[in-house]
Design a protein around this ligand. Structure first.
Ligand code: GLN
Ligand code: ZN
Length: 749
């Protein structure tokens, strides 16, 4: 059997591309140097896959920021405001990705959203009514030629036109279908150029096909591909889907003239059933996604073989290719970089490079490898903790409900806290400057004593609080200087987790996260944040918000277990965080924020699964965390992104007292929806974008607040940035927060 990879990580085994890009942004290297780093990453990826014996190796999966943005630039879907900056192409591209403030102008970045159910973010293309969609770039062709020069006949990967149109935002009166003709023609032009460059395989990524589709979506998809496929000539075209099954379009897809169809058998619950029931067309290739592109556990060869055996009943073996379930972008590079994890743990994992080996071993049905693999699944050390299991099974129904009701608590808290109207606050973290990182690093590697480490952080907290008091913020935070990534931080203080050194995964742009791995049953070893919060509260008379991460987010941003349910793991974590909440309260912390930044992100892609597969346990898990506090304790939560219009009742039933969320990069439609649903929870829609270094003016914030006020009750409105400030510089942070407080004062007046 042949093997296929949908896409490979690109940020660099040692995050080379991240560091080069950041140097480029800071003006420390030039474009040629950045391009060279990009080229080296691509070469590394191609050669690594070649050496592992992969047959269908992707190219054009590389990007300097995001593949969807690349596609927008490739087809000239570039909003005028970025063109008007008159910057070189690459800088125009970065301006659209990150915003631009400089001698050529002042523009915000395009919106950014989570890529389906992952923690990767894509840039939302904006298509204006007068956009002239045409082939305007050569990236896929260049990257194909580059691979060819290395002796690799690569499969060219493209973001598919249907997914592209479905994800784009149309700013005027035109819709997706109005641009379908021009876009199709542009793709056809691109195929022509690829053919002349000598390409013979093209992969169209169409993950949007795994969502719920309406009949006009299906019509749009069919229209586009009938046209494209009629002009494919000698090219073999692979339609690649992932992140689920394609139950709404399976028959439409198989009837079209694709040469190969890529289907996900890891997340696609109905994939096998679809093929069994409907058959698979003769003469076409099935690329079966059986190696999980999202998780880091070793593939269970016996289970995979069982799927392949089933498939062989409908598809001749010669037409079967095995592949990854999605791009390997969502897993780290290689276990080879992990020098500290004992082999008894490591042997259970497979990162991107190890997954290549898995593909080869499965494809060749290597008997030794199968035997070794079977032994691996027989046992794992340190997994079970009976006390944790018992505690989860003794949770009672009433543990999920906080008393008294929200309305009573709101009254009590208003009297007690005496905050001004439109209270100002931040989301928690303050800039993670060089010295802050160094302090943590030096403590970890033993060159600082615990006292030195603590005293450095206490000074930082003191400074941070002084700054917040000077700026005039009402609810103070300690700044999170002890945390790198919040989930990694909590994971480190919980039993049941294991950690990696270099297992970075791209989150957006140049930003990577290093998700910890849930290895076994999870419990809290000791209080985690209490001493930092108590110290912070001792530095000020204003209320300090305790700062925790919620169980759903901790789970969603970790690599989860595959041997117990995600629900059970989440409840284990919820109990651990519940103990922390109660300890904070006991130690005089009156406001506690429990971030559920990632709650929205794992909402199933299909509506019919939203509650039964997710919200029905995720929301109670959050409630379990705070149901034990008194009415006086104010519980905040924070969610990145405001795309929860459809699940507002579920968000309200988290029963927090205050929720802050991102609103500055998305339109304010969410506020109408909150109003319509009589949303009870107090709200802090972010008034400026922290993903960009741009400083918002006072006027800008006042006008955002004015729009927000038109749709919310004044007594329920908080004023805050849209997320934590850890990735920002100190100067821009101070300036932005001063403007935020000034704006709040103006509207109070
Ligand atoms: N409290 C966290 C911070 O401020 C929240 C981060 C997040 O929402 N991603 O950094
Ligand atoms: Zn956030």
């Amino acid at each position: 059997m042949f093997t296929s990879v949908i896409g490979f990580p690109r940020i660099g085994k040692d995050r080379e591309l991240k560091f080069a890009s950041e140097k480029y942004f800071a003006g420390k290297i030039n474009e040629a140097e950045l391009q060279e780093t990009g080229r080296m990453q691509r070469e590394y990826n191609l050669k690594t896959q070649k050496t592992s014996g992969i047959d269908l190796i992707p190219c054009n999966d590389f990007s300097f920021y995001d593949n969807v943005l690349d596609t927008a630039f490739l087809f000239n879907a570039i909003p005028q405001r970025y063109k008007d900056l008159n910057l070189p192409v690459l800088d125009t591209y970065f301006a659209a990705a990150r915003g631009y403030q400089g001698t050529n102008g002042n523009v915000k970045a395009l919106a950014m959203k989570k890529w389906f159910n992952t923690n990767y973010h894509y840039i939302v293309p904006e298509i204006e009514d007068d956009a002239e969609i045409k082939l305007a770039g050569t990236k896929p062709v260049d990257e194909f030629k580059e691979a060819k020069a290395l002796g690799i006949d690569a499969k060219v990967t493209l973001t598919g036109p249907f997914t592209f149109l479905k994800l784009a935002r149309f700013t005027g009166t035109k819709k997706a279908s109005d641009f379908a003709g021009a876009l199709t023609a542009a793709y056809i032009g691109l195929l022509e150029e690829l053919r002349s460059a000598g390409a013979d395989k093209v992969q169209f990524d169409e993950p949007y096909l795994v969502r719920d589709l309406e009949s006009d979506d299906i019509a749009l998809f069919e229209d586009i591909y009938k046209n494209i496929l009629s002009k494919k000539g000698s090219l073999s075209i692979l339609l690649q889907t992932y992140f689920g099954d394609i139950r709404d379009v399976y028959n439409n897809v198989t009837e079209l003239d694709f040469d190969a169809i890529g289907i996900d058998f890891v997340e696609g619950r109905k994939s096998l059933e679809l093929i069994k029931e409907n058959g698979f067309p003769k003469g076409k290739i099935l690329v079966a996604g059986v190696v999980n592109g999202k998780n880091i556990w070793r593939n269970n060869y016996a289970k995979t073989k069982a799927i392949l055996d089933e498939l062989k009943k409908s598809v001749p073996e010669s037409s079967l290719v095995i592949g990854t379930s999605c791009s390997l972008l969502h897993v780290p590079y290689t276990l080879k970089s992990e020098t500290k994890l004992p082999e008894s743990y490591k042997e259970h994992f497979a990162f991107a490079e190890e997954k290549l080996v898995e593909l080869s071993e499965i494809a060749s049905e290597n008997a030794d490898a199968f035997k070794k693999n079977e032994a691996l699944f027989a046992s794992r050390p340190d997994v079970l903790d009976q006390a944790v299991k018992d505690r989860v099974s003794s949770i009672r129904e009433e543990d999920y409900t906080r008393f008294p009701t929200f309305e009573e608590r709101e009254k009590i808290q208003k009297e007690l806290l005496k905050l001004p109207l439109f209270p100002t606050t931040t989301i928690g973290s303050f800039p993670q400057t060089e010295d802050v990182r160094k302090n943590r690093k030096d403590f970890k590697n033993g060159s600082l004593t615990e006292e030195q480490y603590i005293s450095f952080n206490e000074n930082k907290i003191r400074e941070c609080i002084k700054l917040q008091e000077e700026i005039g913020l009402d609810v103070i935070v300690h700044g999170e200087f002890e945390r790198n990534d919040m989930v990694e931080y909590f994971g480190e203080h919980l039993s049941g987790y294991v950690f990696t050194e270099k297992a970075w995964v791209l989150s957006y742009g140049t930003r990577c996260v290093k998700p910890p791995i849930i290895w076994g049953d999870v419990s809290r070893k000791e209080p985690i944040t209490v001493k930092w919060s108590v110290f912070a509260q001792s530095c000020t008379n204003k209320p300090v918000k305790g700062m925790l991460t919620g169980p759903v987010t901790i789970l969603n941003w970790s690599f989860p277990r595959e041997d117990i349910s995600i629900r059970e793991s989440t409840l284990q974590i919820a109990l651990a965080i519940r103990d922390e909440v109660l300890d904070l309260e006991k130690n005089g912390i009156g406001i506690i924020q429990i971030d559920e930044a990632a709650l929205r992100e794992k909402l199933p892609l299909r509506k019919s699964d939203w509650y039964s597969e997710y919200l029905d346990w995720a929301i109670p898990a959050f409630r379990l965390v705070h149901s034990g506090v008194s009415a006086k304790t104010q519980i905040h939560t924070h969610m990145c992104y405001s795309e929860f219009t459809d699940i507002i009742p579920a968000i309200d039933s988290m029963d927090a007292d205050v929720i802050t969320f991102e609103a500055s990069r998305s339109d304010l439609l969410i506020l109408d929806a909150l109003k319509e649903n009589n949303f009870k929870t107090e709200v802090g829609p972010g008034v400026y974008d922290i993903h960009s270094p741009r400083v918002p003016s006072v006027d800008e914030i006042v006008s955002a607040l004015t729009k927000i006020r038109a749709k919310t009750e004044d007594s329920k409105l908080w004023v805050n940035p849209d997320c934590g400030l850890k990735t920002r510089g100190v100067t821009e942070t101070k300036a932005s927060l001063k403007n935020l407080v000034a704006a709040a004062k103006i509207i109070r007046g």
